[in-house]
Design a binder for this molecule. Sequence first.
Ligand code: SAH
Ligand code: SF4
Length: 345
Amino acid sequence: MKEPTFLYGLDLEELTRLAAEHQWPAYRARQIAQWLYRKHIASWDEAKNIPAELPKALGPQWVLRALEFEEASDSAQHESVKFLFKTRDGMLLESVLIAQRDRRTVCVSTQLGCKIGCIFCASGKGKFGRNLTAGEIVEQVAWIEKKNGQPVTNIVFMGVGEPLDNFEATMKALKILQAPWGFGLSSRRITVSTSGITPKIVEFVRRSEGRVRLSVSLHSSDDKRRTELVPVNKKYPLADLERTLRQIHMTLKRDITFEYTLIDGVNDSDEEARGVVRLARPLQAKVNVIPYNPIREMKFRTPSPQTVERFAGVLEKSGVRVTVRRTAGQDINAACGQLRLDRGK
Ligand code: SAH
Ligand code: SF4
């Protein structure tokens, strides 16, 4: 049989074309978009105002969803829920829902594995699978919203994978998430996190008109050490990253955030902190310090609360805004940026 084509992941233009091909009234395209991106249907039976003939007219090669829901596991504190999905080609993929007060943030994955291979990250271990499609990216949000029963308020592209290494699918997913005919989320509530592929950052900012929030995973202010931690730094060194971000900051006046995974005895010195100040201050960037979450392949240690405080203190005293991310859901290894493809058995 021919490979199926999925409805999730189509934008309004594509749905309009589909409607025209079948001689359906033009409003049908918007109706279908609503059923997909607002009501998150998993079968056509749920779509009340869609004629029963429609799925038949589409034929068997048109399938609604590419992801199957497998399971959801709650952290003991109920602050995060890890969702496991199965792709059509039998791969597992994870996303996390993090609930804090009136905010429900979904952390989406963009690839099955990651080619960047940062040494402290579980996502980069093991063989790279493939890029996810735009449909598979937005379906994570649709499934979670449907299962959770409450609207998702924020999206972070911080799950498995490097979003800018799966550029077109990420851009299309962003379009569907923001569009009024799609999920209708404000661009200010969406953050894309990248390890620092500078030409792609430029392209991303241009295509998203600087509206989607940008987070850059820094992890060191020293070129040599950053290359050890984030190998892509060899190709796009700090000076390149700095130049790119300054350019973006100057032209767009947009806030940039740095993610900084703090590892005991590796990148936690005062000298490192002063280097981060040097980079962050001219950009008015906020720094999000994430204490390293142990992964089984590496012997790194989580810094003590005192170390975290000292490091954050150096930044704060120099006028850099800092937040320390609590490692939500550590008990189920579900913190965002802590996802992997196997079940950890
Ligand atoms: N590939 C993108 C987005 C996914 S990773 C990027 O690197 O930015 C999301 C965040 O989780 C990154 O900042 C990453 O450094 C962090 N992270 C990965 N593994 C971690 C670990 N073991 N402990 C703490 N943070 C980790
Ligand atoms: Fe990939 Fe990001 Fe993990 Fe690095 S931190 S291996 S870029 S997912």
